[in-house]
Ligand binder design. Structure first.
Ligand code: SF4
Length: 688
């Protein structure tokens, strides 16, 4: 009836899961979510969505949601008022700062926070506490891609938009399970192949769905992506298939040539296990394509040397002139819905918002605006904060929406560090494994319960609108951060996230034209945005973002020491599955998704299965070289090969989380852990 329909609210929102940034209208009646309706005008996805965006919202009404602040009393929590909780945090933070200095505190941002909230969190860290110890969870995934692009072209982000992926002749996918990690882009890639005749090449250790459809599938031994790409680059150089006209805009050709002087395709073949004919075939396909895009993900970045592989991807695109025009470019696939934005808006220990360098003129601009004195010392990255706790240098942490225990590498050590911390604050929707260790837990609300903006993988800024009130006493992150700042003596008085964005526009050149009224409804802006509102879907059309406007070919280390391993001879790979987002804090609480995918498994090759007499359904014990272990059921499949296993990031139980196995070694350039450089042994425990 008309009356019934009138109670139904339609609110434009942006998906809370992956970096595609699908937008749609969500139909609600009070707190009930009735349906999700994508619109043709949705800029990233049109009428497409995946199962998570369409059906993944029950967590908003989960009985597990936190609705009141919690304060630790011995080994349990008691409910507290906001006033009491905020007062306690402020006094503890002041105490720690007085006793050990501001750098004894650290701030960790979630990549699900809005842009405005990320900006406020780093403002709290820098402007109120006085430390640059503020980082975000892209440290766990995408930082190496950012470094590779900074070195070569100057901006750590996708160089074009999703449209350019659809328009390319050749789509090269390295270490990325597009279908399950970024499903809507996966559909578009497949459509480009079917409708436009685009070619797909996949370089991956695992034969996932898109690899099965690829025109060329290259399966190296783990950890050899950089070497393969170096081989391709070398072949292109030797055959003079470079774009000479484009190279007038690029420096460093001789340097790169020199660095590859001793590389032979025979060496690439014997080290990586990839036949040299495939390297030549790929080089030819790149040479013959009018436009090449490269998509890459955590299969590249979660390796020691991930920054180097990312650098080589960019070198390849530069040599062949595949930047600065439609249907070409570099596309690091950003994982979380706002992994791009949280870095863009300043939650990085060595940059001020908008990647402004830590230089005097930038510091003084922020000092004038924030009326404070800023600390000049660059801050700690997340793994360094954890080390800092163990070394007795970091005494307090404020973690927003991040289950650090589960997602950082080497769960046992992370847990030990957080358990020993003097004061831990966790702000989240759920009592996660990390929140269970906190001294104070603050209940945050979901993005359906607040306003804000996100940046998707293609640098697109989109608004999301409040569809319902926050559950119980939970609050938006920006309001909580503001409460704490006020308790610490600041006069912050933002009434709405749009006021935070107005402040940002004044201080951050790449966002100077971003205003809420320009982002109404399904309107969006792709940064950098000029003051007059003009945005930049394609970067580097006229110049690169490095000094003098020129790009730079950057040599890498392509030769790595290989270690002979006898006991721990199996390489552990990890990744997303379609039904769940990462460890499953949210999707694990969506009944339909949890039913479809209830339990963590260990995927093994038929070769390995035969060797250890393992069948699908058998319980197996995986022991890591770094000391940890997990027990889970085996799934024998032809998607993994040889001495490699795959464990989903989704952990149906903390003891099954893949990070029980990972070690703490990090990529020297980006600080990202070498999650996928984990060696292990496997044995059968019992038959089903
Ligand atoms: Fe789109 Fe990603 Fe959300 Fe799926 S999870 S609806 S692909 S944004």
């Amino acid at each position: 009836s008309k009356a019934r329909r009138s109670q139904i609210r339609r609110t434009k929102t942006v998906c809370t899961y992956c970096g595609v940034g699908c937008s749609f209208e969500i139909w609600t009646k009070n707190r009930k979510i009735l349906k999700v309706e994508p619109k043709p005008e949705s800029p990233a996805n049109g009428i497409l969505t995946c199962v998570k965006g369409k059906f993944g919202w029950d967590f908003v009404n989960s009985k597990d949601r936190l609705t009141k602040p919690l304060i630790r009393e011995g080994d349990h929590f008691r409910e507290a008022s906001w006033e009491e909780a905020i007062r306690l945090i402020a006094s503890k933070f002041k105490q720690i700062k007085e006793r050990y200095g501001p750098d004894a505190l650290g701030f960790i941002a979630s990549d699900k926070m809005s842009n405005e909230e990320a900006y406020l969190l780093q403002k709290l860290a820098r402007g109120v506490i006085g430390t640059n110890n503020v980082d975000n969870s892209s440290r766990y995934c995408q930082s190496p891609a950012t470094i590779g692009l900074w070195r070569t072209v100057g901006i750590g982000a996708d160089s074009g938009t999703i449209k350019d992926i659809e328009m390319a002749d050749l789509i090269l996918i390295v270490g990325h399970n597009t279908t399950e990690s970024h499903p809507v882009i996966g559909s578009k890639v497949k459509r480009a192949q079917k409708v436009n005749g685009a070619k797909i090449v996949v370089i991956d250790v695992r034969k996932h769905e898109i690899a099965e459809r690829a025109d060329l599938f290259i399966r190296p031994k783990p950890g050899n992506d950089a070497l393969i790409l170096a081989g391709v680059v070398k072949y292109i150089l030797d055959n003079d298939w470079v774009n000479h006209e484009f190279l007038k805009r690029v420096e460093g050709l001789e340097n790169l040539k020199r660095s590859l002087k001793d590389l032979t395709l025979e060496y690439v073949e014997s080290t990586s296990g990839v036949p040299k004919e495939d390297i030549i075939k790929l080089a030819k396909m790149i040479h013959e394509a009018k436009g090449v895009v490269v998509l890459w993900g955590m299969g590249v970045t979660q390796h020691l040397g991930g920054a180097d592989t990312s650098t080589m991807i960019s070198n390849l695109l530069l040599l062949t002139g595949n930047y600065g025009r439609p249907g070409a470019g570099a596309f690091p696939m950003r994982g979380h819905n706002n992994v791009q934005g949280v870095s863009d808006f300043g939650c990085l220990p060595n940059y001020l918002p908008g990647y402004q360098p830590m230089e005097e003129n930038v510091f003084s601009k922020f000092e004038d605006a924030w009326r404070t004195k800023l600390n000049r010392r660059p801050g700690l990255q997340i793994p360094q904060m954890i080390e800092g706790i163990l070394e007795g240098k970091v005494h307090g942490l404020y973690i927003v929406g991040e289950d650090t225990v589960m997602v950082d590498c080497g769960t046992p050590l992370t847990r030990k560090a957080l358990e020993g911390l003097e004061f831990l604050v966790v702000q989240d929707m759920f009592l996660t494994e990390t929140a269970k260790l906190a001294d104070v837990v603050l209940p945050a609300c979901s993005n359906l319960e607040k306003d804000g903006t996100f940046v998707n993988t293609e640098r697109r800024i989109q608004r999301f609108y409040k569809a319902m009130d926050p559950l119980g006493e939970s609050k938006p992150d920006w309001e909580i951060i503001q409460l704490l700042a006020r308790e610490l003596g600041e006069s912050w008085n933002y009434l709405h996230p749009s006021e935070i964005m107005d402040e940002i526009a004044k201080l951050v050149p790449i966002f100077s034209g971003v205003r809420y009224d320009r982002l109404e409804g399904f309107n969006s802006l792709v940064w950098p945005v000029e003051e007059d509102g003009r945005d930049t879907p394609i970067l580097y059309v006229n110049s690169f973002a490095l000094e003098g406007g020129k790009a730079k070919l950057y040599p890498i280390v392509w030769k790595r020491k290989s270690v002979e391993e006898k006991v721990y001879s199996i390489t552990v790979n990890s990744g997303r599955v379609l039904e769940h987002f990462h460890e499953g804090t949210m999707t694990g609480r969506v009944e339909g998704l949890a039913r479809k995918f209830p339990e963590t498994y260990v995927e093994i090759s038929s070769e390995l299965a035969k060797k250890h007499s393992i069948k699908t359904g058998d319980m197996v014990l995986v022991r890591s070289k770094f000391g940890g272990e997990i027990r889970a059921k085996a799934l024998v499949s032809d998607r993994v090969f040889g001495e490699e296993i795959f464990v989903p990031l989704f952990a149906s139980n903390p003891s099954k989380a893949v990070n029980n196995l990972t070690g703490r070694e990090i990529d020297r350039d980006s600080g990202t852990p070498g999650y996928k450089d984990t060696l292990a042994s496997i044995e059968k425990l019992s038959a089903e």
